[in-house]
Design a protein around this ligand. Structure first.
Ligand SMILES: C[S@@+](CC[C@H](N)C(=O)[O-])C[C@H]1O[C@@H](n2cnc3c(N)ncnc32)[C@H](O)[C@@H]1O
Length: 451
């Protein structure tokens, strides 16, 4: 095809490209204020600037090349917001007096909400002002978005909502005890929405930092630190960093293992998480994630199995007791070893049943059982593909007339479903070639046999 080179075409192309460019946010007042505030607390960063990236949204870009083993960022303790900060503040006395003791999580959430409420009067205003106003974690999803999630994740999302509801109702009495600190009724400040925002701020942005146990706080582990500016670093599964609080420098430090070229986004790694976990815990999905998988939920497995196997219930029980009903997946290489092993056990005929232990250890059964497993994996893959297609169709219907917040939530679910569609498509091809490899043997030595 001939390339269009006219003035209008060039202008159009530039406009199109502009939409997908990295934009520096360093001049925006929220970041100017944040950097000034951090400087007063001993932190300066010459080379990391906030920017909006076309693929990941807000993050940090380096203006100088970072070499392997260089420090990416070193944030003085004074800049960190931890339970020490809260206990040393106007809220400390209320926490120390309260019984049963408040959890470290609730202490941090209450402080964030109070500081947000104080607005211009807050010492933490520049930090609070730079926090997201809302999140795309499932606890924010309305039911029509939750319903579009794959079965297992939908259940976990519902559990997360329940866990949050429980957190809110069990926190109400303490939150109301903070009434003397405000001119307004505490109920109007510590609303369910405010707690959800604070809960997601802590869950998606804190770095790991151990604190000694204190009598005035509950026994829940206290490993949180909110780290202004540093918490603008996005996740990439492909990078390696060393992170932790350095007792000698009294700074929270992140060191790059591989380095990062100039004018690129600097990433850290939140952990070797698959996309469902990233969505559940952080509200995003990483396209091309090497840990991406599509899960086979036990409910889907049961649905696809034939009911005429009299030992099915017993086999499912064995699988459950040996923890083989969890983490059954299709991944970048096709069906996982665990999935195929579970299917091998399910494929056993009554006379082969005594070998179930060896099967769970990885032993092959017989040629015709292997064929049965591949057919069953195919069936599961087709079922999940259809489920994904239906969800994507429903998703595009919901997108029409959706609000901005709704669109963002749908966008995250769409990325997850599209990634899983890719995995399942590839798995179908892998299964097809496995089936082809078995065919010549089948013709020569195994008569066709149904379960
Ligand atoms: C520690 S914050 C990182 C900074 C964040 N992007 C911001 O604007 O404040 C973690 C959140 O950033 C987003 N995030 C992190 N890595 C991402 C990525 N690779 N792609 C898209 N969003 C990402 C998610 O919303 C996640 O909950």
């Amino acid at each position: 095809m001939r390339k269009r080179t006219g003035r209008r075409a060039r202008k159009k192309r530039r406009k199109r490209e502009k939409g997908v460019q990295t934009v520096s946010l360093a001049h925006e007042s929220q970041f100017v204020d944040l950097r000034k505030w951090l400087k007063e607390r001993g932190f300066t960063s010459q080379c990391l600037i906030p920017a909006r990236f076309p693929d990941t949204g807000r993050g940090l870009m380096t203006t100088q090349a970072i070499k392997a083993n260089d420090l990416i960022i070193s944030l003085p303790e004074k800049c960190l917001l931890t339970t020490n900060t809260v206990l040393g503040s106007y809220m400390g006395e209320y926490i120390k007096r309260w019984h049963p003791p408040v959890s470290p999580l609730l202490a941090l959430c209450s402080f964030l909400i109070a500081e947000r409420h104080f607005g211009d009067e807050s010492q933490w205003k520049p930090y609070i002002g730079a926090l997201p106003k809302s999140y795309t974690c499932p606890v924010y999803f309305p039911s029509d978005v939750t319903e579009l999630l794959p079965a297992g994740l939908r259940r976990k999302a519902e559990e997360q909502r329940e866990q949050f509801r429980e957190f809110y109702s069990s926190s109400l009495a303490f939150l109301r005890s903070l009434r003397p600190l405000f001119a307004q009724p505490a109920e109007e400040i510590f609303t369910q929405d405010a707690l959800r925002w604070a809960w997601c701020s802590v869950n998606t942005r804190t770095v790991y930092m151990e604190h000694p146990r204190r009598e005035c706080l509950s026994r829940d582990t206290d490993v949180y630190a909110l780290a202004p500016y540093l918490d603008l670093l996005n996740h990439s599964p492909d990078v390696q960093v060393e992170a932790g609080f350095n007792k000698f420098t009294q700074c929270y430090e992140i060191r790059s293992i591989q380095g990062c070229p100039r004018f690129q986004q600097v990433f850290i790694c939140y952990g070797p998480h698959d996309n469902q976990r990233l969505l559940l815990e952080y509200g995003f999905v990483a396209p091309g994630n090497p840990h991406r998988v599509a899960y086979v939920d036990p409910g889907v497995l049961k649905l696809c199995l034939k009911r005429d196997d009299k030992q099915l219930a017993q086999k499912l029980l064995f699988l459950r007791d040996n923890k083989f009903l969890e983490n059954l997946t299709f991944g970048a290489d096709g069906p996982s070893w665990r999935l195929m092993t579970a299917l091998r056990l399910l494929s056993l005929k009554p006379e082969q049943y005594s070998s179930w232990k060896n099967v769970l250890l990885g032993a092959a059964v017989s040629h015709d059982r292997e064929e049965w497993c591949i057919e069953m994996a195919h069936k599961l893959c087709r079922y999940l593909t259809e489920d994904t297609t239906k969800a994507l169709e429903q998703l595009s219907r919901l997108k029409q007339g959706a609000t901005q917040a709704h669109l963002e939530q749908l966008g995250v679910v769409e990325t997850l479903r599209r990634e899983e569609q890719g995995i399942l498509g590839h798995s179908q091809q892998v299964l097809h070639s496995l089936r082809q490899q078995l065919l010549p043997c089948r013709r020569s030595d195994t008569p066709g046999e149904e379960h």
